[in-house]
Design a protein around this ligand. Sequence first.
Ligand code: BT5
Length: 320
Amino acid sequence: MLRLRREILDLLAEAPGEYVSGEMISQKLNVTRAAVWKQIRILKEEGFEIAGQTKKGYCLSQTPLSLNEWVLAKRLAAASLEYEVYLEDELKSTNARARELVQQDGFQRQLVLAKRQSSGRGRLKRQWEAPEGGLWLSVVLQPKISLADAAKITLAASLAVADALEECLSLRVGIKWPNDLLFEELKLVGILGEVVGEWNTVQALILGIGINANFSREVLSSDLTATTLYEILGKHVDLNALTASVLGHLAKQTAALEKQAFQELRSRWLERAAGLGREVRIRQEDRAIQGVFKGITLDGALLLDTEAGEMTFPAGDMMW
Ligand code: BT5
């Protein structure tokens, strides 16, 4: 965003609900009133609601619900979250971009967001549909945990997103192992954790989070058992606020994991777990194992009660 536009927003935001005169803005920023007016017009196109009155000036009444660099920066700062933010209109995949950035610059607390993705990724090279209006982000983390514990981070992430949806939207969702978020059995959120590093050393973790947010379900392929926030709530939600909330909860969860407090995370995860106690099948590559879903172990693996006794699975897909 142009610096002048950001500075105008800063001045308007300093006086919430009040009018700020065009004259004052133009003097403070050392530009003509016509230049101010032009930037205000662009801001309105970007979704800012700014009232203008000839005598009184301009008043910022509403920020955009879609992702916006300035609004997001404000939200992150208000929650004391520091990230190197990269927000693009379109990327192939935010996870792929985050990986490039880590390889190029090292770990810098990068946060990569795209308004849409042209080849979003799921686990095991599966495709992830990511049209305009969704929340598609990747965050680079460097938690002080062992590689063996890395899978717990994705469990922590699913809980963080679930908590954020509850906090921002009063929406209660379930978690389907390992880390899909479901609303009435339909997939609302997908999470993809990837490790950057050499053999045995983790340089960084990239956590990709995809939330079907401000678009209707019809935009996605009809064969997906999916839903969107728009479908559930019937309105658009503030993606900037949601991002800050997700990252805030994620910071809390990863800090807890660093202190080895997995027990509490596990019991909170289990409270939301879909299919607990149910007869399920776990698919791993080309085999499927049947049993009763009993919970998750202290290592974060799925626990299944099968005919051959108890079995644990660090990864896979669950079906019922
Ligand atoms: C996931 O994989 O659920 C992880 C998805 C992670 C997406 C985020 S978006 C930001 C970041 N950048 C990326 O490139 N990726 C991450 P998995 O459990 O393997 O599920 C993939 C399957 O979900 C696909 O094979 C489809 O069946 C289904 N699917 C695809 N797009 C979907 C959508 N938008 N909503 C619901 N289901 C979808």
